[in-house]
Write a protein that binds this ligand. Sequence first.
Ligand code: ADP
Ligand code: MG
Length: 309
Amino acid sequence: MENLLVAENIYKRFGKFTALNNVSITIPRGSVFGLLGPNGAGKTTLLRIINQITMPDEGRVFLEGKPLHPNDIVHIGYLPEERGLYKSMKVGEQALYLARLKGLSKAEAKERLQYWFEKLEITSWWDKKIQELSKGMAQKVQFVITVLHNPKLLIFDEPFSGFDPVNAGIIKREILQLKEEGATILFSTHRMESVEELCDYMALINKSNKLLDGKVSDIKKQYKSNTYEIGVEVQDEAALLGELEEKFVLGTAYFKSINDDLKVSVQLKDGESPNDLLQYLISKGKINHFVEVIPSVNDIFIKTVTQNA
Ligand code: ADP
Ligand code: MG
């Protein structure tokens, strides 16, 4: 897949403090790329550099293979972390104004705004003032304005913060649909658990350094440990547990079960297949649960931070 955006060996210093220490990311066209890391990691700083709001001290950014140029701003939609809308202006008036700034004609702007306002079911907000909206409502308006001119690259800085779970879900769905329609999406988040299903690629940054990056599925494969959580209904739990203990490394299983199961996590040895475990269990009792343990991004983050410490 061709790369839409490449940021290469970026350094950014604020006085003596290094906010980005040789960070590189590569974003394939048509993908959703998650920039993940705790507060203060350097995510916003990197996004601001990609949006040409701040200059890096070292390093370069390429869009479609060419060094980033001020005119490229028309190809990028950016939802900044600080959500700045004019409080006393009316929603519709402001949306039209900002859409015109992005080069849309008045008719085009109206048509697209109408489409998006209907899609997000916010048409009734058109004549409200921004100050009458809640934080989440204002953020929805700003999301619409960010995507309105159909840019190739969409950059959302913490797009889910400020949203309740229902609205966060709506925004996730819209992001996936924008991807379907051909956009490339880069977003940041400090909430590692909530977004992994959205990303095709991710980079983990911590304290100004990139810890790892790549395809989410590859990273997860690399960090998984051939472990399965099982839930089995048997007559003699202790006997089965004893047998399993001889063959495998056992641990605590964390899933919830409505059955009276023996719940345990079973780590297979390298080269051992889950089919063998399953076959063995079939002869022992009723299997209600058999699921591979896939490490979460949060697990991976903690593991990488401890390894690097
Ligand atoms: P994140 O978005 O991952 O939470 P930021 O990129 O906003 O992190 O900030 C990374 C670090 O750089 C923080 O320690 C922050 O205080 C510092 N920083 C960011 N912008 C500036 C600035 N303009 N001046 C001084 N320090 C800054
Ligand atoms: Mg930030």
